[in-house]
Design a protein around this ligand. Structure first.
Ligand code: ZN
Length: 328
């Protein structure tokens, strides 16, 4: 075993209406929209990246949103919950904040030694906010909607639902993760030194339905590689283990390889570099539609096909009088 991922890089999910998605993740979760681009494999669809102030690996949840997308089904062979890390003293604040916005959020539960608040996003994607007793040293994004003291610190973990755990745990071990704890049918593995952002919970649910990937479900889970040379070496290693791995794909903000874990969830290994400031200034992340060089020649057609997005806190509607004056 030479693979040694240090933790989660990003989670990518499928959503319905892109405006509803932006409104929820900016206003309800207080994340920053760190990149507005398109799905490089399907440029008629947005690819929206949310994260911390600079979109550091481990803070990122990304979406392929399209209006009218059919709903998926949470189930086995899928990442069924995406968890974010929040401060221990902030769980009560989050419960009130989400309830005030009309989110159906229950009371916080204690699981192992963590406090957990679970709810769904507008498309039914299962989200948890988790307070880890040892805290989380990662710097928060101070948004207009969630004050820094309560803000999300980054991803905490993903939950993989499986019928049988053995083969999935075997692959996680190949990737350099190790067993951390057990809680009933929940087996926690950790990457590197562990802690929020480095956990994966394997939930053994033999009687659950098989998952169906569509709106409101996770498409794939990405793990960190420090650089391209390491990613190439890890790819060779996985191929040598008999894992069917894609070639290296240029995702503009990182490079990627993809493969399925034995229970069916699509995994990715993504590089830390170059990051989101590669094609626009840090202060302006997410405001303009960015395209990779190979799609720039088609910008006009791509922009015409995408619905316009209003960014809360950035693109507030001007007063009606001002709008009329501009129109005349
Ligand atoms: Zn990805």
């Amino acid at each position: 075993m030479t693979l040694a991922t240090s933790g989660l890089h990003h989670v990518t999910a499928i959503a319905g209406d892109p405006q509803r998605n932006v409104d929820f993740y900016l206003k309800a979760l207080g994340l920053r929209l760190v990149k507005t681009t398109v799905n490089f494999d399907d440029p008629g669809t947005y690819h929206l990246y949310y994260g911390d102030g600079s979109g550091r690996p481990g803070s990122l949840l990304t979406f392929f949103p399209w209006r009218g997308a059919p709903s998926g089904r949470r189930g086995t062979g899928q990442a069924t919950t995406t968890s974010f890390s929040v401060p221990e003293a902030s769980i009560g604040w989050w419960q009130r904040h989400l309830a005030d916005l009309g989110v159906d959020v229950g009371k916080a539960r204690s699981r192992d030694d963590e406090d957990v608040l679970t709810f769904s996003d507008p498309d039914g994607l299962a989200i948890a906010l988790v307070a880890h007793p040892q805290g989380d040293p990662r710097a928060p994004w101070d948004s207009a909607f969630v004050p820094a003291e309560h803000a999300v610190r980054g991803l905490h973990s993903v939950t993989l639902s499986v019928v049988r755990e053995d083969a999935t745990l075997g692959l996680l071990t190949e990737m350099g993760l190790h067993h951390a704890s057990d809680d009933g049918n929940r087996i926690r593995y950790a990457a590197g030194d562990g802690g929020p952002g480095a956990f994966v919970d394997v939930l053994v649910t033999p009687d659950a339905p098989e998952g169906l990937v569509a709106a409101g479900t996770v498409h794939h889970v990405a793990w960190r590689a420090p650089d391209g040379a390491t990613q190439r070496a890890w790819r060779e290693e996985l191929v040598g283990q008999g894992v069917h791995v894609t070639g290296i794909r240029d995702r503009q903000y990182f490079t990627s390889i993809y493969f399925r874990e034995p229970s069916g969830t699509l995994l990715e290994i993504a590089t830390d570099a170059p990051g989101f400031a590669v094609d626009e200034p840090l202060l302006e992340l997410g405001r303009a539609l960015k395209l990779p060089p190979w799609l720039e020649p088609s910008r006009e057609q791509i922009e015409a096909a995408l619905p316009k997005l209003n960014l809360p806190g950035l693109d507030e509607e001007p007063p009606v009088a001002a709008r009329q004056a501009t129109d005349e």
